[in-house]
Design a binder for this molecule. Sequence first.
Ligand code: ZN
Length: 197
Amino acid sequence: MKFEMTKYEGGWIELIVGCMFSGKSEEMIRRVKRAIIANQKVIVFKPKIDKRYDKDKVVSHNGIKIEAFVVDNPAEIYELSQKYDVIAIDEAQFFDNELIEVVEQLANENKRIIIAGLDQDFRGEPFSIMPHLMAIADSVDKLHAICVVCGAVATKSQRLIENQPAPYDSPTIVVGAIETYQPRCRKCFQKPVKVKT
Ligand code: ZN
């Protein structure tokens, strides 16, 4: 990575963004480990909505695990962060607007905030609060995956339901369906279309 944080004065907000399978969690864990080695007090959070893996761990795809607090809302992050120097937040796209205020406040209290999240949803559109967080951040790193179709650099997350591209208005959770995601490049990404009902 071109950017290596060693010392933060006056607080610091850094973002790790990208599509699915771009290694965001791994990169966040790498930074967290470095801070732990430097004897900084580190706490890791993730939203309750993410139930794909272990309930209380940030799990990266290469199997590295770091303990994380699963929280319902950003106010909990603020309360639990008081005694810490470095605050890491994974899957930030699932938090509501309140996270923006909480992150700014924590940075103003001289803390370093490391945020990982999806920059685009399965439609290829900006994901919830992520554009705002990217704007207020002191540093942004955009990671890439490899397109599963052609092998080019991938920046999009293709959502598939029963192996077909999910329609634009497909619900967040499709009960009973086999849902998968694939990293794809701009050329291979099949933009979800609106289906009239
Ligand atoms: Zn491709």
